[in-house]
Design a protein around this ligand. Sequence first.
Ligand code: ADP
Ligand code: MG
Length: 299
Amino acid sequence: MRLLRPVQACDMPFSNPHGRFPAHDGPGTGAAASPYRPGGALDATTPSRDGTADAAPGDGAVARCDDLHRRYGRGANAVHALRGVTVAFAPGTFTAVMGPSGSGKTTLLHCVAGMDRPTSGTVWWGPTEVSRLRERRLAELRRAEVGFVFQSFNLMPAMTVEQNVTLPGRLAGRPPERTAVREALRQVGLGGRERHRPGQLSGGQQQRVAIARALVSRPRVLFADEPTGALDRRTGMEILSLLRAGVEEQGQTCVMVTHDPVAAGYADRVVVLADGVIVDDLDRPSAAAVSARLSRLGG
Ligand code: ADP
Ligand code: MG
């Protein structure tokens, strides 16, 4: 298990070209109006910005899994999608998960995000062992603690932007405050688009709506499964910059699956999966180093 120190803004090669995120002013302050929240509601102790946690269980990791296995099917037809994955995500870090197609990236994300149950192994969000929770409690906690962004946006076409952003909360019986929705949309650069429908927006704008939807509940971790996979390169970079800015300026923790070594360059760390196990864990590798590593895997 490995934890990274949170990245300082001055370390980062990518800045936020839009300037849409207010400066981070420390855990526990200034976060009320922001969809980003350093730390999370589960923590008895809030990790500090230098990456040390005050005795928080799980080494201060925002999310982690231990010896995760996920098998689909049984007997001769069984597919072992995950075969013993142990990984921890430190607060305020941006991790890219990479690996060949079929290596278990989506399965890992779904299991750690509480959207799928591992066959064995444990998942923790802060001090809470998620993999033990009953379905109802898990669903409640997932809505509060986890944001998820999909490659295909997964917006409801008949609903307005605002209705899409509020939908998960409304389904949970806890609609977000209108001001929180406006703020989330403003921060992804979509202020004033509340009444548009997804079909009236570009792909990049639709993914921004999906990010606002994921962040409006101020989750402790944002998971994104190939969030730029359906976008052209320039639009994809804008989305990556947006995710990066949330990490840098708001202390958001982000875990993103990507195929693209350039996209991985926005992350602090690249975890490489092959055949259901982690085969590498790289600290800010160059795009060239990532490409070389992946080509050795045939991915
Ligand atoms: P990746 O995201 O890296 O492409 P996945 O996590 O989607 O990989 O899949 C890992 C393996 O598990 C693949 O062999 C895939 O076919 C299999 N798999 C994924 N989901 C299911 C499922 N619902 N039923 C059966 N097999 C599955
Ligand atoms: Mg996948």
